[in-house]
Design a binder for this molecule. Structure first.
Ligand SMILES: [Zn+2]
Length: 198
């Protein structure tokens, strides 16, 4: 079923808007990098509250499975705050796109961030022409990073390709055109923890 959204569908709703969601991500990353405060609510009470009242994450983040790139830490987010889709190389295929559509349509997250990172093993493997058992990921990356001058440029191209793939989904494009969703890209700097929003 195709749903046509208009801005009216989102007037007065209680979901966090895209600008506020982006501001929370930026402030969270600042706190993370400066190590000002590492306290988050992971209490049994919070677990129970989310179970009883359901989740209402303020943003969806697609990022790499790399163990150093953990969105809940990077943005200082607690339980129930981020809908996170992690896959090697932060590639977007049908499964990742469907997961994002679920979060944006049904959970009404209004910011969809693709977070690439520096020193990504999946991107290095793609640039090195590795295939074999990892080809399902590296082939997707190799297609979009051909011609990149260096791994950093490749990571930028890979984020852009993921955004393009998400915008090719009618459900997400409609939400964006209705002003109910903002898509954004960012790069996590693995050596220092800083996120650059593109
Ligand atoms: Zn990676």
């Amino acid at each position: 079923m195709t749903v046509n959204y208009t801005a009216d569908d989102f007037d007065g709703d209680s979901h966090v808007g895209p600008e506020a969601a982006m501001a929370r991500l930026k402030e969270g990353n600042r706190i993370y990098v400066e190590a000002l405060d590492h306290k988050r609510d992971l209490s049994p009470e919070r677990i129970q509250d989310l179970f009883e009242n359901g989740q209402q994450p303020f943003a969806t983040v697609i990022t790499c499975a790399d163990s150093r790139v953990v969105p809940e830490h990077i943005f200082m987010a607690g339980l129930g705050e981020l809908f996170v889709i992690r896959v090697a190389g932060n590639v977007v295929g049908p499964i990742e796109a469907a997961s994002a559509i679920y979060a944006c349509e049904h959970l009404h997250t209004r910011l969809l961030l693709v977070l690439g990172h520096t020193h990504c093993g999946a991107i290095k493997a793609a640039l090195d022409g590795e295939a074999g058992p990892v080809a399902a990921v590296t082939n997707l990356i190799a297609e979009v990073v051909a011609g990149a001058a260096d791994p950093y440029e490749a990571s930028l191209l890979n984020v852009q390709a993921a955004l393009d793939e998400l915008r090719a989904q009618p459900a997400l494009r409609q939400l964006e055109e209705a002003g109910a969703l903002q898509l954004a890209g960012a790069i996590y700097h693995t050596h220092c923890g800083v996120v650059d929003f593109l």
